[in-house]
Design a protein around this ligand. Structure first.
Ligand SMILES: Cc1ncc(COP(=O)(O)O)c(C=O)c1O
Length: 309
């Protein structure tokens, strides 16, 4: 089997021996790296790296040709080139500095009341193989705030753009462009949030996610092109999704076209909305686009048994 890695957040691994092994070092066949996320190129400039003789290079080229514009952007390509050159000649030194700033920031953050930093020790104890220390993961729920609330406040009040939020945590990603000033703002922001909220609000309760695996009725393409109708989210249990619903950040779909909408997924969507997360879907928060089964040829052949279930 060929191994293709989603290494979106690992472009910097290629330029330092103090970071986890890169996919290519682990002998993967292919990997996609988002140079723009952590290695300083313009947004939208990513790269596919390949290795060995198991990759069909001409098929890769023809697949890319099907998806890409025939007019490549000189700006993006030049920016990739500059970022690669900078990382090649200065990456090791810059990442050393970044790791030292990250360590200092972790120490400062862990002294703030109500804040817990999940560090290398935590992840290794929980069976991770390694840990990328340019990522700072902070548990914020003891402040009585959700990660989503902290994400918004950090941006609006303290001018800090975090990478993502979850119900109980936030993630700050340090990149080759991160400065001491940026990290000072992060620490200052947390100090102020702690003074304002710690012990003023109840801690958020622990959540036990009992996640049911989504069941798909049709391929995404079939459901997306099927006749559809808009109904209230509350009445959507058992319907087939005709749109994609994501919570942002991080933008991982909770529903994709073709999936059967369960009561659980509706509860999860409402939970995230109640915590201040933004919904990315075709419609407003109370409605959803579903397949209009009565007018769908594919449904007419369905057995009574499925319709009942
Ligand atoms: C794990 C993961 N893979 C892929 C992507 C998409 O990468 P790109 O923005 O370079 O298309 C992201 C973006 O956030 C990501 O987090």
């Amino acid at each position: 089997m060929k191994v293709i890695v989603d290494e979106a957040h690992g472009a910097q691994f290629y330029f330092s021996d103090k970071l986890p092994l890169s996919a290519m070092e682990c002998d993967a066949d292919m990997t996609a790296i988002s140079m723009h996320k952590t290695a300083g190129s313009f947004t939208q400039s990513s790269a596919i790296l390949c290795k060995g003789d198991r990759v069909d290079y001409s098929r890769l080229r023809s697949s890319l040709n099907m998806l890409q514009s025939t007019s490549p952007s000189s700006l993006l390509i030049a920016s990739l080139d500059v970022a690669r050159k900078t990382m090649y000649f200065e990456g090791q030194k810059r990442i050393d500095k970044l790791l030292s700033m990250a360590k200092d920031t972790r120490n400062k953050l862990s002294q703030i009341p109500g804040i817990t930093v999940y560090d290398r020790e935590y992840f290794i104890k929980h069976n991770s193989f390694d840990y990328d220390e340019t990522k700072i993961i902070v548990k914020v729920s003891d402040l009585g705030l959700s990660g989503f609330e902290v994400y918004k406040m950090m941006r609006q009040k303290y001018n800090v753009q975090l990478e993502l939020a979850e119900s109980h945590i936030i993630l700050a990603v340090l990149t080759i462009g991160t400065t001491k000033q940026h990290l000072d703002s992060l620490v200052q922001g947390f100090k102020k949030l702690s003074t304002e909220y710690y012990k003023q609000r109840d801690k958020l309760p622990k959540i036990d996610f009992d996640y049911t695996y989504p069941e798909a009725y049709a391929r995404p393409r079939d459901a997306y092109h099927a006749p559809n109708k808009i109904i209230e989210l509350d009445k959507a249990t058992g319907e087939i999704a005709a749109e994609q619903v994501m919570i942002y950040p991080p933008g991982i779909p909770m529903l994709i076209p073709g999936e059967i909408i369960s009561a659980d997924v509706i509860d999860d969507i409402k939970f995230y909305l109640s915590k201040g997360s933004a919904l990315q879907s075709d419609l407003d928060e109370n409605h959803i686009r579903v397949v209009d089964k009565e007018n769908w040829l594919k449904w007419e052949g369905e057995t009574d048994e499925f319709q009942k279930s």
